[in-house]
Design a protein around this ligand. Structure first.
Ligand code: ZN
Ligand code: ZN
Length: 85
């Protein structure tokens, strides 16, 4: 599946399902903390070698999105694109 197809599916889900879970991959929130509604779509690029070079797109609640963009060095990469959903 191409990157473009994957993005399209995510957007379709957003339209057709009422609750989409936050896809935060490295989360600071306590496990029992409820995530807010999805507000952001963030594409993150890791230069590698750790964890590995690549790109991931996540749908994020607002607090998680801020975690990523406020402290990119912690996550070891950089935002490639971001927009409100
Ligand atoms: Zn998070
Ligand atoms: Zn979240």
């Amino acid at each position: 599946m191409s990157m473009v197809d994957a993005e399209r599916i995510n957007l379709d889900e957003l339209m057709t399902h009422e609750s989409i879970e936050c896809e935060c991959m490295v989360c600071h929130l306590p496990l029992d903390e409820e995530h807010g509604p999805i507000e952001w779509k963030l594409t993150w690029r890791w230069p590698g070698p750790f964890p590995e070079a690549g790109v991931a797109t996540m749908l994020l609640c607002d607090p998680c999105f801020r975690d990523w963009v406020d402290d990119p060095e912690f996550f070891g990469g950089a935002a490639e694109s971001m927009h409100k959903v």
